[in-house]
Design a protein around this ligand. Sequence first.
Ligand code: COA
Ligand code: ZN
Length: 298
Amino acid sequence: MAERVIIKEVAARDGLQAQPKHLTVEQRMALVAALAETGVPELEIGSFVSPKAVPQMAGTDEIADNLPAVDLAFSALVPNMKGYELAVRADIRCHAIALAATEEMNQNNIRKSLEDTFVMGEEILDRALDDGVAIHAYLAVAFECPYEGAVPEALVLEQADRLMSHQPARLVIADTIGAANPAAVQSMMQKLVDRYGPDRLGCHFHDTRAMGLANVYAALLAGVRQFDASAGGLGGCPFAPGAKGNVATEDVVMLCESMGYHTGLSMPKLLQAVELLADMIGAPQGGRAHTWLSKQCA
Ligand code: COA
Ligand code: ZN
């Protein structure tokens, strides 16, 4: 049987959070429904953040109340304990917390120091363990920070150790601004896989410098089998200038399936979701292989 690659679809969160065009809650629900139809096993529906900080994500609680009746793992991003509590109240049982590897990125993202961010992350992890809530702990700007530049591998490995001692369901290494290269990815992920095994590790890549897919490949070589991706390649971070979209889900599915891995996603359904997204945003969306994939599915 083909080896499985698990894709977490993040278009409805990472994809939308930096869009100048703010979708309505109804549009976001329709998007979540379309993405849920693709067969993706994990789907991030939004974030429980301050609507002043990220107005695009306001109303995520309503989306959580109206999830499509599809059997998959829905999750949401929470920036702090208040967000954690709101998400639990909305019955979301898998949360993403983002801890940046650098001081400046944490200050810009959640207005906390690096140390305060990690202490808060540890509090959420410990609480979640008691509550039976799964946490995906993201180490953001794990290769390069838009404010501080290159991030040393040794620092990220140390931070990974610190977080892993609080038992996240998954540790996700995130190249928030799309500055990683395949050699750096393979080096870091191999060390983490050797230390922790692949089951509790994931990667989150952006395609700013056209290396998103190459970085997925490098992580696959290191043994990583869990990847975030965004339909149509939509995405960015409102607090990380210059970050382009996530690696496109359709590109990751194509890469994985062509290499013999099984993702469980339906390409026609995925392209339908991308089309819906393009209509809503009012601009064409699509990964690097969009033209070719569309022809195959026509
Ligand atoms: N959800 C909703 N509202 C929240 C909240 C949350 N998780 N956390 C705090 N708030 C509210 C507070 O209740 C308070 O409301 P008020 O002004 O009506 O009293 C206000 O936000 C300010 O609270 P404070 O604790 O002082 O937060 P802050 O102003 O320092 O902002 C964050 C900190 C984390 C809430 C804010 O920066 C944020 O939401 N950032 C989002 C980061 C993000 O999503 N980045 C992209 C993905 S990595
Ligand atoms: Zn991202």
